[in-house]
Design a protein around this ligand. Structure first.
Ligand code: FAD
Length: 342
């Protein structure tokens, strides 16, 4: 569905730095929409290390990646940020009046005066398994994500992988699929033990099959899969029938479409000044891991500092006539009203 959303600021990336930008922009009365290709907030913290402790967030001696994400969401909540997950920003276009159109692959267009790029190491993209000719099947009978479960109703599904995504989708799709098979190269899984037990129970009840090994060949025509060849750990090969393959091999970060927006880049990073964190395009700022400047450290705390300064400059673009006065959250009733605590 095509729609156009008008807002003050679009933030590209809902990692820790994009989330804190909501807070700093919100204190200056700017309304924000965030877009992320992931299905939830937190960027690297939520995707790569949700359960690992972080020790260098000021004032939080120990916080896990997921806890930090949850706290940042709580802190941003008073400003009612609007999230658009599972969407990749593909294009940004400058308008004659200096404002910007931001377009996603899902057909959303934003019209905004300011763009904040908080894109970290770039878009998270699924890893493609090394199976010859797999590209031909992608989007037709090979999928790297489940956007709608109904797509797989009545299908003969083969899921490949041994992490939480592979196990969760095996269990969730099994009841609606015509048949379900899981393949993993070893008998150990990097998934919640409860899910692994549930999968074993389904196998025992003959509601699904589990194969040890790797998919080496795809069989089919015109993008429609009919079966695969599996190489077992004893090197013996055998074929299994299936019409849908879902590989879950984790995610990697790729710069992605940002490279095409006419911004200066230095080794896949966006050079900015250290007063406003502005890019070479007026109205576009870059904060967090995606930017570079002399002395840059790719730390979450650096990103937090950057968004506080960026927000001052963004507010001057959105409301050129407004007077910005420096205030503390501790003592300013006007800031406290915005936070819903006064
Ligand atoms: P990210 O967290 O990378 O988030 C960027 C988001 O933007 C992603 O979700 C991505 O999908 C999205 N995105 C990008 N391009 C697009 C697009 N075109 N359209 C839509 N969405 C897009 N830092 C510390 O300070 N302390 C630590 O102890 C620490 N430990 C770490 C441990 C590990 C294992 C790793 C991998 C990193 C660690 N870091 C640590 C680094 C820290 O995670 C990063 O500095 C931080 O995540 C950067 O935040 P960010 O918001 O800039 O970007």
């Amino acid at each position: 569905a095509e729609e156009t959303i008008t807002t003050d600021v679009v933030i590209i990336g809902a990692g820790p730095v994009g989330l804190f930008a909501v807070f700093e922009l919100g204190l200056l009365d700017l309304k924000v929409h965030l877009v992320d290709i992931l299905d939830r907030p937190g960027g690297q913290c939520a995707e790569l290390y949700p359960e690992k402790p972080i020790y260098d967030i000021p004032g939080l001696p120990l916080v896990t990646g997921q806890e930090l994400t949850d706290r940042l969401m709580e802190q941003a909540a008073p400003f009612n940020p609007q999230f658009h997950f599972n969407e990749q920003v593909e294009q940004v276009e400058r308008q004659e009046d200096g404002s910007w159109l931001v377009k996603t692959d899902g057909g959303i267009t934003f019209h905004a005066k300011v763009i904040v790029i908080a894109a970290g190491g770039g878009s998270f993209q699924p890893k493609r398994p090394p199976i010859p000719g797999i590209e031909e099947y992608e989007g037709k009978s090979v999928f790297y994500a489940v956007k709608k479960m109904e797509t797989f109703r009545g299908k003969n599904v083969l899921i490949s992988g041994g992490g939480d995504s592979a196990l969760d989708w095996t269990i969730n799709l099994q009841p609606i699929a015509a048949s379900m098979q899981l393949i993993h190269r070893r008998d150990g899984f990097r998934a919640a033990p409860a899910s692994v037990n549930e999968m074993h129970r389904l196998v025992q009840e003959e509601k699904m099959k589990f194969h040890l090994g790797q998919v080496t060949k795809l069989h089919g025509a015109n993008g429609q899969l009919e079966g695969v060849t599996i190489k077992g750990n004893d090197n013996a090969e055998f074929d299994v029938a299936c019409d849908t393959l879902l590989p879950f091999f984790g995610l990697t970060m790729k710069l992605g479409p940002i490279a095409n927006w006419g911004l200066n880049l230095h080794e896949n990073l966006i050079p900015v000044d250290t007063e406003k964190f502005a890019t070479n395009a007026p109205g576009i700022f870059a904060v967090g891991d995606i930017n570079t400047y002399p002395g840059k450290l790719k730390l979450i705390l650096s990103g937090f500092h950057e968004v506080a300064l960026m927000a001052q400059a963004a507010a001057r673009i959105v409301n050129p006539d407004a007077k910005i006065t420096f205030q503390y959250t501790t003592s300013s009733t006007s800031l406290q009203k915005k936070l819903g605590v006064a």
